[in-house]
Design a protein around this ligand. Structure first.
Ligand code: EPZ
Length: 422
């Protein structure tokens, strides 16, 4: 198993190119099921989650390859085994996203329930409610969702809001199924994340008729069939946010290329309030922190609110602020596995339910720590860049799920991260 050995504190400088978005690529890969033939997806990063999604599509019958431009080619002409196996879906929850497309294309799907997750309870009741409203008959059997449409799916009005607001992958699943349903579907309280906008744009390029894209009300006129496409996924706003925090926590200046500030205005606003400067430039920005880190209050919300996928990274940053900050996690109330690990690095954090009081400290001290999930592990890497001494991060496989060889991206900027196999 790989570990990271990180020497700190360091200062960073230079520029880094932001990769394509994991959370846009995964549902768009599933969407190729709807369009029999060969689709070409550009900008799909090399991540373990992408490989697992590829494995899942491969088991359905799809043929996957990378061409000389490193584009991901998915040939979905033949799908002869509409089953999403537990052994794969348990490794990548986004695998649930094949349910809607399989149902729409085949009228039948068997997909494993995703199972438990380190960041907390992650039900799929809204996914199932949406698909049932479109006419699917759904029952659970041996941990599998069995979904069938005796007659084809029929367009309907669906309210998709849940206890924590909209659902990203739930919206994706129902949106994809509705593209081939008979008649008009209206999804109310749809997720508005840039990744959902990207999925809807990809579907429209395949021949779907979706309007209201980017708003909480999506309208879909069902069509008879979709065709394969060539499509470039958007840059990864969560990766960009992570690199922004890397510059901020090390009092450095960095240039981010291929970064869409327009997709991350809430994040940029928060960083500026913390004392970080961000100047848009060409296809990216220059980010720098020179003065002290100011405290800030953060409440995670569905887009365009502050993303839960940057909560851990900002907690690491605010642990070095001059003063107290309050972090409230409203999307995944238990998403605090990083709190105990940052505390091991001398952060002063007090957790009360879904609230963490972050009392800023002068410095972080290196320690051996344990990665528990993707974004928590990113926060530990960022803390390691600023901490005094050698930080050891165990279970690095978590970070490989969402960041492509992060040490190879940070070390040229001045970081000292060594991957070791123990
Ligand atoms: C997506 O997960 C992202 N994953 C997550 O990123 C991200 O944290 C999350 O959206 C929120 O932004 C991908 O895109 C692959 P949700 P998703 O359904 O769609 C509740 C990362 O780090 N809910 O929007 O699974 C749910 O429990 C990952 O890259 C229901 O109650 O999240 C949560 O509290 C981690 N019933 C809230 O809604 C449902 O049927 C939002 O979850 C579905 C969700």
């Amino acid at each position: 198993m790989d570990i990271f050995r990180i020497e700190g504190p360091v200062q960073l400088s230079g520029s880094v190119k932001i990769n394509g978005s994991k959370n846009a690529a995964l549902p768009i890969m599933a969407a190729t099921i709807l369009a029999p033939g060969k689709s070409t997806l550009k900008g799909v990063p090399h991540l373990s989650d992408v490989s697992v999604c590829g494995e899942l599509l491969g088991r359905l019958g799809c043929k996957l390859s990378r061409n000389q431009n490193d584009d991901l080619c998915i040939d979905s002409t033949v799908i002869d085994n509409p089953v999403g196996e537990y052994e794969i879906v348990r490794r990548m929850r986004a695998g649930i996203c094949i349910l809607g497309p399989l149902l729409a294309r085949y009228g039948r799907a068997e997909v494993s329930m995703p199972g438990g997750c380190a960041i907390g309870d992650r039900p799929v009741n809204l996914h199932l409610k949406g698909l049932q409203t479109l006419g699917a008959k759904i029952h659970l059997k041996n941990g599998y969702i069995i979904a069938e449409t005796p007659n084809s799916l029929k367009g309907k009005e669906i309210f998709m809001g849940g206890a924590f607001g909209s659902t990203v992958l739930g919206t994706a699943n129902v949106l994809m199924a509705a593209t081939l349903a008979k008649g008009k579907t209206v999804i109310e309280s749809a997720a508005c994340e840039p990744e959902i906008i990207d999925l809807a744009n990809a579907l429209n390029k395949m021949g779907a008729k979706i309007s209201g894209i980017g708003s909480p009300r999506l309208t879909i006129e069902g069509v008879r069939q979709l065709h394969p496409v060539e499509f470039e996924v958007i840059p990864d706003r969560i990766e960009a946010g992570t690199f922004m925090v890397a510059a901020a926590i090390t009092a450095s200046q960095l240039r981010l290329e291929n970064c869409r500030l327009n997709d991350m205005m809430g994040v940029v606003d928060k960083l500026r309030s913390i004392g970080v400067t961000i100047d848009a430039q060409d296809d990216g920005c220059v980010i720098a922190r020179r003065g002290t880190i100011k405290p800030a209050d953060i409440t995670t919300q569905p887009y365009p609110g502050f993303p839960t996928d940057l909560q851990a990274q900002f907690m690491a940053l605010l642990s070095l602020a001059e003063g107290n900050s309050v972090v409230i996690e409203k999307i995944f109330p238990d998403r605090f596995m990083h709190v105990a690990e940052l505390t091991r690095m001398a952060a002063n954090l007090r957790k009360e339910g879904q609230v963490v009081i972050v009392a800023g400290v002068k410095k972080l001290i290196a320690a051996p720590v344990m990665a528990s999930d993707l974004r928590a592990s990113a926060a530990l890497v960022l803390a390691g860049l600023a901490a005094e001494g050698t930080t050891i991060i165990n279970r690095v496989y978590h970070i490989d799920r969402g960041y492509e060889r992060i040490e190879k991206r940070l070390n040229p900027l001045g970081a000292k991260i060594f991957r070791e196999n123990v």
